[in-house]
Every structure is written in structure tokens, then in C-alpha cells.
Design a protein around this ligand. Sequence first.
Ligand code: CU
Length: 486
Amino acid sequence: MIQRKLLSQSLKIATLIGLFSFVACSHEENAQKNTVDASTIPVTGEIEAELTSPPFVPASVGNRSAKKLIVNMEILEEEGEMTDGVKYIYWTFGGSVPGSFIRTRVGDEVEFTLKNHPENKLPHNIDLHAVTGPGGGAASSFVAPGHEVTFSFKTLNPGLYVYHCATAPVGMHIANGMYGLILVEPEGGLPKVDKEYYIMQGDFYTKGANGQPGLQPFDMQKAVDEDADYVVFNGKVGALTGDNALTAKVGETVRLFVGNGGPNLVSSFHVIGEIFDRVNVEGGSTINKNVQTTLIPSGGAAIVEFKVDVPGTFIIVDHSIFRAFNKGALGMIKVEGEDNKRLYSGKQTEGIYNPEGGSIQSMPGNNEVTAPKANSVAERIELGKQIYSQTCFACHQGEGQGIASAFPPLANSDYLNADVDRAINIVLHGKTGEITVNGDKYNSVMTAQTLSDEEVANVLTFVYNSWGNNKTEVTPTMVLKAKSSH
Ligand code: CU
């Protein structure tokens, strides 16, 4: 009896295993049927590839047939600006960091000509991760200044691929900006979207510390130590902020081709206030859905897509967040269009939160009780400094220098020094909309701060008495007055 029961159970298990393996087989067969051997795709005709500088990408391939695709890429070594006042000699593919975007389809035969400008100082080459062949083309493309070389490859695998220079010292060539993206679209092209952009992260290593002005040479030891001074999108601080921000309209679908040139750091790519509807993980064919943050390895890429549903400024970051607010890995997508209060209300109400119940407590009009009172300007400045370092410095930065095109400076600020009541009201109520500070336009969002009158007075007094401002003392009485006149 027991034996029969065992037998029937093992039969059931055997049947289940059989069923599973049947399912697995039919899956594999399906996958095989759908996979065309790309090496056999014929090419018809010849076209010159459109190459674009970031953040733009060439027109999609659509349903064109595979072709011979001529790519002409010029290497330029040239001085650029890492951030305000900081110069850097970039080595570039096509004059931009990242280099020109190359758009192909699977089965294309790419005839690649790499030209090393005669005024360049060094030999270079290119390793394209989309190439099946030794060195990804590096060995065939080594080229001295004033020379050009040509090699060809057939694109066998659809996906988004990094290319980079692979001339020794490889790390240094990459660290100086020699990387970009090549897209291999599948047969029939990628699904249509409204907006497409090209973003690539990179880490930079300079002799001087972050922000130290002048022409900054590459620092090999910092690069070896992976101690980056700058982590940026598209080669410089502010490449995607302010007037350079990406744009979209409410209701549009946005596709970002995101790469990471490294040379060292892995990116935790994130857009604040958006969820990626679809991500081509690692730039390959696996689609992940509903993703908050996607990892982009050094020498890797991802395609992220999302629909923008509400207007506003959406901040692009490496969510290793000090890189965003202190090293430059911060960009913006400005979305214009109608509010949709059903999807996002904005702040609806604000009240007093009283954990012990409202009836038994008498709330002070403010939290004046807990804020220590300053007895002198010096004390006020000292107390204000503490508030600044907890609340304000993430955006306005340690020395009040702000972040170019994103958050206005408080140091030497004409805007601040012109109107103290306005400054008080901004701290109390927040600020949106465009303002001009020291000749530069800013259009970001500052939220209202929940500070007592005493604290507002202290932090503003600290700011007015720092970094070349006009040494105003702001008192709680002035805060109260500004409040009532608002
Ligand atoms: Cu190089």
C-alpha cells in the first residue's frame, strides 16, 4: 500500500518534470526561430552615417534594410571648461565628450575611418564594444597624429554599446573623455518615442581639488585611487542644466541612451520624480519595467524610457548622491504642459503635528521655544552657520558658491544684497521661477523652509556676513515684519 502510494507520487513528479522540460524546450525553440543569424543579413546600398554631439542622437533607422554604413570620425585634443573657471584638455571623438553618437542597425557593414588631427599630440585608436573581433577594432585602428585608418565590421548583436580609446595608458585616454555610444537597432528599429537624448557619465581626476580654478592637468594617482574630483554627465558640470536642460512636453515619451565611460565609477542612474517605464538592462535585449534606479557599469550602457505625465523640472542624478550635489553628476529635464492634480497634487495643506493630541497642549506660535536665542551678531552668525550646514549647503554649497545653472550662488550675490525682505520671504515661503543672480539665470525650485523666526534671522545673518555679502544683520523682528507684509 505504502509502496503503491510512493510509486504514484513519483509518477506524478516524473510527469511534472516532463511537463516542465517540454515547456522549456518549446521556449527555446521559439527563441531560436526568432533569432536570425545576423552574419547572413545581406546589405543593399551604401550611406554615410549621421553623427551627432550629445545630447542629440541621429534619426532612427526605422525599417531600412541593412546597408554599408560609412562612419568618418575625427579625433580632436582640445581645451574645454570643466566648470566655471576650471579648464581641462579633453581628448575627444568628434569634438565632444562623450564622442559622436553612431546609429546603426543589425546587419549593417560599418566602414569606419578614424582620423587623428595633425595638431593632436598623441596616437589613439578605438575599441567599439559593438564589434565582434580582436580588441573591438583597437588593433586595426591605431593611428598617429596626421594619419587616418579604415577598418570594417558587421554589426551582429542589437544593443547600445560603448566605444572608447584603448591606447596605452588606456585609463588616461578614457579619463580624458575618449568614449561614446554606438547603437545597433534591431530589425525594424526601436519602438517610436517622442524624444530621444544621449547622456554619458564620466569621472575626472584633476591635480587641483574640485573647483580649483585654472587649467587643471590630469592626475594619474587620483585616477589610480579612484578618487574623482568631478563626476559629470556629458563631459562637464552643467552640461544638462539651466539653458542646456533636456526638454519634453507633458504626455510625451522620452528615451534616454545612457552610457558610462568611467574610467572607474559605476553609475546609479536615477531621475528624481520619474519612474523608468522600461529599461533595456545593460543596453541589451532584456527589458525591465517600473525601475527607480538602474545601474550602469563603467564601459556599459542602458536605454531608459518613460512618459512624462506632469510638468516640472526633473533632476537627473547619479544616486551615489554626493557625486550629484558635490561633484557635478546632475542634469535636468524640463517638462512643460498642464498640471494634473490627480496625478500629483503639490502641497495641499500644512498644519501643526502634535503627537500627544491637540487639546492638551498649548502650542507656541512658532518653535521659538526650542531655538536658542542669539544675544549678539556674532552669536547669531554662529547659530546661523549650524542651520546653513544642515539645511542650505546641499544646494548652495559649502562656500555659498551654488551649482552652475542649477542652484544660485549666495556668495557675493547681487540678488541677495539688493533686498533683505525678499530674501526673508524666500526662506519662509520658497521660490520658483526664473531669477537672475550675478548676471546668470536660474530656474529651479527652492522649497519653503520650516524654520522659526529666530532661525530664519540667524541663517540669513550668517549668509549676509559671509563670502563678501553686505553684512546685514537680520533680526526675528524683521522676519515677523516681512511675514506680515507678505
Ligand atoms: Cu586615445
